[in-house]
Design a protein around this ligand. Structure first.
Ligand SMILES: Cc1cc2nc3c(=O)[nH]c(=O)nc-3n(C[C@H](O)[C@H](O)[C@H](O)COP(=O)(O)O)c2cc1C
Length: 358
């Protein structure tokens, strides 16, 4: 199965939890990039409606992303319960209350069936490896399968399972890490990409900390077929990012990788909840996510930026509040210019720091 070719090698990352609206996916698709609709945290009917909206605007040239659920696990639930009890003690002091930790598979099977039924052009998986049946069912209807990987071991497993492409997600990336195998190494996008180019023949999409056309050019020259960007689109008017979150992205505040919000490593702007609980947050997704999601949504609706997950990649300060089509056009133009400018003769007169276009 081949990955779709688009006029520009730019991919909008799936962004669950609000930012990744159908309008944003349609806008980047109309601008010549490939958009991914998230399916995380929405029910099957909402996903169907969102797919219909995108399809009515741009036809079928877009992807949909699925979270692969881990199996239920009693020890993980216990870890989540202990953590949420600590969190609750603080939360009460600021007028918040978490729910009880619980398992969910986020309607995985029904969502997968919907995507097969819809003959979705590309389906990307994160948080785990889809089983062989899922991959075969998608291939049977002509869908391409992408799997997010964060280290070489996951890449080997995904290729063996029949993935048509890999999303090589670096440690710089905003929000959750999509990996599922323990790794002693936290791979940055360039080291990961360079390693995977040597290791596999499968097309690679690079993700993590990419915010300019120069960085798009960098990952293309390092062997990626396309660059996937999330945070860089979060301030677009078509995105569903909460205004207080979008405003925080504009600042130069530091990010951290933390399990404090959901029980799974995710990169966010540092805030009070993250810095209080990062050190004690367990590996316990989705149970911690379930316990904290209502409380975080409430904090977000009140603009309490110290108490909810301000997902952000490391290059968040470069995200611009302009229409998505302008982001795509600027990235494309900058990338082409950067590729032309690239030279092997150091100091041969190339400007040391080219200005941004657009
Ligand atoms: C707000 C937000 C939500 C995200 N949601 C998802 C998701 O639903 N599925 C997924 O595979 N990746 C998700 N990601 C991760 C992206 O796929 C991608 O790896 C990341 O955005 C790349 O790093 P960048 O944000 O620095 O561009 C999300 C990222 C952000 C910023």
């Amino acid at each position: 199965m081949r990955l779709p070719t688009t006029p520009t090698p730019i991919v909008l990352a799936p962004m669950a939890g609000g930012p990744g609206t159908p309008e944003l996916v349609a806008a980047v698709g109309s601008a010549g990039a490939l958009g991914f609709l998230p399916s995380g945290y929405v029910d099957v009917d909402t996903l169907r409606t969102n797919i219909d909206v995108v399809r009515s605007r741009i036809g079928g040239s877009f992807g949909v992303n699925l979270f692969v659920p881990a199996a239920p696990d009693a020890e993980r639930l216990q870890r989540a319960e202990q953590y949420v009890a600590r969190l609750a003690a603080w939360a009460e002091t600021v007028g918040m209350q978490p729910d009880r930790p619980a398992y969910t598979d986020d309607h995985y099977t029904d969502k997968l069936s919907l995507l097969v039924e819809q003959r979705t052009r590309v389906v990307s998986f994160t948080f785990g490896l889809p089983d062989q049946e899922a991959v075969d069912a998608l291939h049977d209807v002509g869908s391409s399968v992408l799997v997010t990987v964060t280290n070489p071991e996951e890449a080997s497993a995904a290729v063996a399972r029949g993935a048509d492409g890999l999303v090589a997600q670096g440690w710089e990336a905003g929000a959750h890490q999509g990996g599922w195998l323990d790794s002693a190494e936290h791979w940055g996008v360039l080291p990961l990409l360079q390693s995977l180019v040597e290791q596999v023949d499968t097309p690679l999409v690079a993700a993590g900390g990419i915010a300019t056309g120069r960085a798009v050019a960098a990952v293309l020259t390092a062997g990626a077929q396309a660059a996937m960007l999330g945070t860089a689109f979060m301030r677009c008017p078509e995105a569903g990012t909460a205004p207080s979150h979008a405003a925080a992205l504009h600042g130069s505040g530091p990010t951290l990788m933390t399990r404090a919000f959901t029980g799974r490593p995710a990169r966010a702007l540092s805030n009070e909840l993250a810095s209080r609980f990062d050190a004690v947050a367990p590996d316990a997704y989705p149970e911690v996510h379930v316990a904290t999601s209502r409380m975080r949504a409430d904090a977000r609706s009140r603009d309490h930026t110290d108490r909810y997950h301000l997902w952000a990649g490391q290059a968040h300060a470069l995200a611009r509040a302009v229409p998505a089509a302008d982001v795509v056009a600027t990235l494309d133009g900058e990338a082409r210019a950067a590729l032309q400018r690239a030279t092997l003769s150091w100091g041969a007169g190339a400007p040391a720091k080219p200005g941004r276009q657009g």
